[in-house]
Design a protein around this ligand. Structure first.
Ligand code: HMG
Ligand code: MG
Length: 305
C-alpha cells in the first residue's frame, strides 16, 4: 500500500523516442523508432513523447519525425507528444497529428541561446504564437523549463529565474509544465525546494519532474518530488539519451528503474514493467549497446538464468 504522504497514482511520460534518441549520432531507421513507440504503446504508457519538429540542421536525428508519427499504431486515449520550437514546427506537428505540443524554454539565458538560438524573452514571444495555434486546434499544450536546477553554461540558476519562466508559461495557457534537470545535477533537498516553490505558481497536478541522471540522483529527486505532491514524471526507456546542447549530460532516468520504484512504493502507473524491459532490450540491441537501466538489466538477467 502507498505510504500516506505519497500519491497513490502517478503518470509516467515516456520520453525515450524523443529525448532518448535525439542525441544518437548514427541515423536510426524510422522502422526502429516506430517499433519502439509501438512497443511502448502496448506497455501501457498514457503519454509518449514520440517526435520533435525542430530544425534538422540542429538535431538531425529527429528529421524522420513526420514519418514516425504517420506510421505508429496509435492507441485511443494515449497522448503522443512532440517538441515544437516555433510556428514552422507547429505546422509540421499539426500535419503529423500530434496530440500534445511541447514548447521548450529555459530558466538560463545561456542555455536558451545555445539550444534555440534566442533569448528567454524572444522564446516566450515565439511560444505565444505556438500556444495560440495549439489552443485554436484543440490540442494539449505542455512546456518544458530546461536548466531549472543548473546550467551547463552559466552554472547556478536562481530559483527566481525558474519561477519567472513558469509564470510566463502559465500565462500562455499551458496544461502541463515540466521542471527539467537538463544536466542531472540536482540533489533531493534542491528538488524539494524547487518543486515546493513552483507549486505556488502553477497547479501541482500539472507539474512534472523531468530528471536526467548524470550524477545518479534522479530516483532520489523523484522521491523528493513525490513527497512534495508531484504526480507526473518523465523517464526514458533503457536510460537512453542526452541533450545535444548540454555536453556530457546523460539520459533521463531509466523508465524501468522508475517503474520498479513505483511498484515498491505501491504507487500505480498502469504500465507493464515486463513489456518496458522488453522495449528497453529491443532498442538497446538496435543501437548495439547494453541498456543503462539497472532494474531492466536485473530483470532481463533473472529471466535468462
Ligand atoms: P535558427 O537557426 O535560429 O532558425 O534556429 P531560423 O528561424 O533562423 O531558421 C533557420 C533554418 O531552419 C531555416 O531553414 C528554417 O526553415 C529552418 P533554411 O532556410 O536555412 O533552409 N527551421 C526549421 N526547420 C524545421 N523545423 C523547424 C524549423 N525552424 C526553423 N521547426 C531553432 C532556431 C529553434 C529552429 C533551432 O535552434 C532548433 O531547432 N533548436 C532545437 C534544439 C533542440 O531540439 N534541442 C533538444 C531538445 S530540448 C531538450 O532536449 C531539453 C528537454 O528534454 C528538457 C530538459 O531536459 O531540459 C526538453
Ligand atoms: Mg531532457
Amino acid at each position: 500500500m502507498a505510504q500516506m504522504h505519497l500519491p497513490k497514482r502517478v503518470k509516467i511520460v515516456e520520453v525515450g523516442p524523443r529525448d532518448g534518441l535525439q542525441n544518437e549520432k548514427e541515423t536510426i531507421a524510422a522502422d526502429v523508432k516506430v517499433e519502439l513507440v509501438d512497443r511502448l504503446t502496448l506497455a501501457g504508457f498514457p503519454n509518449i513523447e514520440a517526435a520533435s519538429f525542430v530544425s534538422p540542421k540542429w538535431v538531425p536525428q529527429m528529421a524522420t519525425s513526420a514519418e514516425v508519427m504517420q506510421r505508429i499504431q496509435r492507441k485511443p486515449g494515449v497522448v503522443y507528444s512532440a517538441l515544437v520550437p516555433n510556428m514552422k514546427g507547429f505546422e509540421a506537428a499539426l500535419a503529423a497529428r500530434v496530440d500534445e505540443v511541447v514548447i521548450f524554454g529555459a530558466a538560463s539565458e545561456a542555455f536558451s541561446q545555445k539550444n534555440i538560438n534566442c533569448s528567454i524573452a524572444q522564446s516566450i514571444d515565439r511560444f505565444a504564437d505556438v500556444a495560440r495555434a495549439t489552443k485554436e486546434h484543440g490540442l494539449r499544450l505542455r512546456a518544458a523549463v530546461s536548466c531549472a536546477f543548473g546550467c551547463p553554461y552559466q552554472g547556478e540558476v536562481p530559483l527566481a529565474a525558474v519561477v519567472d519562466v513558469v509564470g510566463r508559461l502559465r500565462e500562455l495557457g499551458c496544461d502541463e509544465i515540466d521542471i527539467a534537470d537538463t544536466i542531472g545535477v540536482a540533489t533531493p533537498n534542491q528538488a524539494h525546494q524547487v518543486m515546493d516553490r513552483v507549486a505556488r505558481e502553477f497547479p501541482i497536478a500539472g507539474l512534472s519532474g523531468h530528471f536526467h541522471d548524470t550524477y545518479g540522483q534522479a530516483l532520489a529527486n523523484i522521491y523528493a518530488s513525490l513527497e512534495c505532491g508531484i504526480t507526473i514524471f518523465h523517464a526514458s526507456v533503457a536510460g537512453l539519451g542526452g541533450c545535444p546542447y548540454a555536453k556530457g549530460a546523460t539520459g533521463n532516468v531509466a523508465t524501468e528503474d522508475v517503474l520498479y520504484l513505483m511498484q515498491g512504493l505501491g504507487i500505480e502507473t498502469g504500465i507493464d514493467l515486463d513489456q518496458v524491459v522488453d522495449a528497453g532490450q529491443f532498442i538497446s540491441a538496435a543501437l548495439g549497446r547494453r541498456a543503462i537501466s539497472r532494474a531492466g538489466n536485473a530483470i532481463a538477467a533473472k529471466r535468462a538464468s
